[in-house]
Design a protein around this ligand. Structure first.
Ligand SMILES: [Zn+2]
Ligand SMILES: [Zn+2]
Length: 286
């Protein structure tokens, strides 16, 4: 994803990345660019040859890693609208916290790669809607997959609950529908605590977060409109049911109130907090 100068660039289609991203049915997909060429395997990823005993064998070409990255990417479920987004084009505006958020995202990637993903803490991006929290989390996993071949998955909180609810409704084992989310190395949970969360949903979330919490090997990135403290410590409206999903709920409830102290404290151990402040980019553009 490094940008290169026009003079040095050989392929305008992929900007010499050798892959092209595109939007397909609302998710970002990737394919090898037409400029991609491996003269060892002609782009098949496999080399046919004979071993010392004259037996023919198929072995992986050195470029097989490239195709593995593309395959991982196509399973990550990243929303299509982020096809062009990366850390370089995140708009930091004038607010220091946003500049800091990009720096923290870059540091996270660097540390993750240095530690080979072991014992890494994730990040939880907290702040008002429209500050690019999803942009940052998506940019991180795009880079982890395409540059470093890390298995990552993106899921919207609603989508996660829907899949789990659907799974319980069908006659399939819990493992089958929960494992793709519990088992993935790096998981993004977008818009955590959005909407009205029933007790059943919170129980499922607890179970799910606990499973990732108990596994040292898993890293979770979270975005949420809810904060750990209310602005100025005052509730902007009178407190009603903490689980209600009215707009402006993030001004009235803390994340801990929305998801309960147990899930909250686990998340705080699993992720470093990144607070975002500033004006909503989407509103500014209107
Ligand atoms: Zn190309
Ligand atoms: Zn090859």
């Amino acid at each position: 994803m490094k940008s290169k100068t026009a003079e040095a660039m050989k392929c305008n289609t992929c900007r010499d990345n050798q892959y092209v991203l595109f939007n397909k049915k609302g998710k970002i997909h990737v394919k090898a660019c037409k400029c991609y060429c491996c003269d060892k395997c002609q782009g098949t990823g496999k080399i046919f040859g004979e071993d010392a005993d004259g037996i023919s064998r198929i072995r992986e070409c050195q470029c097989a890693g490239f195709f593995k990255k593309l395959k991982l990417f196509n399973h990550a479920g990243i929303p299509g609208k982020f096809v062009h987004e990366d850390l370089d084009n995140y708009e930091i505006g004038r607010h220091r916290s946003l500049k800091d958020a990009v720096t923290r995202s870059r540091t996270f990637i660097k540390e993750f790669v240095r530690m080979k993903g072991q014992y890494s803490q994730g990040l939880i991006f907290m702040g008002e809607p429209g500050l690019g929290k999803t942009h940052l989390s998506v940019s991180i996993i795009k880079e982890l997959i395409l540059q470093h071949g890390v298995e990552c998955k993106f899921v919207d909180f609603f989508e996660l609950l829907r899949d789990i609810r659907h799974g319980y409704g069908e006659d399939i084992s819990e493992g089958e529908f929960i494992n793709p989310y519990v088992g993935v190395k790096v998981l993004v949970i977008d818009e955590l605590a959005k909407g009205r969360n029933t007790d059943w949903e919170l129980t499922v979330l607890d179970h799910f977060i606990s499973a990732r919490y108990n596994d040292d090997d898993k890293v979770t990135l979270v975005t949420t409109n809810f904060k750990d403290k209310l602005d100025g410590g005052i509730r902007q409206e009178e407190k009603g049911n903490p689980k209600s999903g009215f707009s402006n709920a993030s001004a009235r409830y803390t994340l801990e109130e929305k998801i309960g102290p147990r899930i909250f404290s686990r998340l705080m151990e699993m992720c470093k907090k990144v607070h975002l402040q500033g004006k909503d980019f989407r509103q500014e553009q209107c």
